[in-house]
Design a protein. Structure first.
Length: 178
């Protein structure tokens, strides 16, 4: 186990004094820098900044940031939820660290594709099979890791093989957990 304890800090972001949503930070007692390339290899939509030793990720409605000695999450309603969220992230780090010999670390800094770039490769039929009203809404969600390519059934058709390959490279759909 890499992380076995942390100190919790729950606060209102400076841009929202008095707001009803909070940010929370787990201050760690161990340096988790070494696990960041493994998280980068496995978390859909993660953005790794090797020079800054930081990895950011969106999960649900939360902006997550992993640094050497802290894990931060945004948009939590209360302290109990913050603890639950951060416990889940600590478990993710520990699980990824335990699996590191099965994984290939990635030091690549990925850029998130723009929604329009994604949209241009979708079928553009607005068929709603993905659960979204339009292909553009799907593109918006896919570009930030809130949808998977597999959520668009028409993309599996042979006619879209080329577009699907391009999308796979663009949104890094292959390696994902969580
Ligand atoms: S399933 Fe695919 S083609 Fe249909 S609306 Fe969603 S993104 Fe567009």
């Amino acid at each position: 186990m890499l992380i076995d304890a942390y100190d919790l800090n729950v606060f209102t972001p400076p841009c929202e004094p008095g707001g009803e949503r909070y940010s929370a930070i787990a201050r760690l007692k161990v340096d988790i820098s070494a696990v960041l390339p493994y998280l980068n290899a496995t978390l859909r939509g993660a953005v790794y900044h090797q020079a800054a030793n930081a990895l950011t990720w969106k999960k649900g409605g939360h902006n997550i940031a992993f640094h050497a000695l802290e894990i931060a999450t945004s948009n939590v309603p209360d302290r109990e939820t913050a603890i639950k969220e951060l416990d889940g992230l600590v478990e993710l780090v520990n699980r990824t660290w335990a699996r590191r010999q099965e994984l290939t670390p990635s030091y690549q800094k990925r850029q998130r594709p723009t929604p329009m770039a994604v949209y241009q490769l979708l079928p553009k039929t607005n068929c709603k099979q993905c659960g979204d009203e339009t292909c553009y809404i799907f593109a918006l969600k896919l570009s930030v890791g809130q949808r998977r390519l597999d959520d668009c059934p028409p993309l599996l058709a042979a006619a879209y093989t080329s577009q699907r390959r391009q999308l796979e490279e663009m949104v890094i759909d292959a390696p994902a957990i969580g």
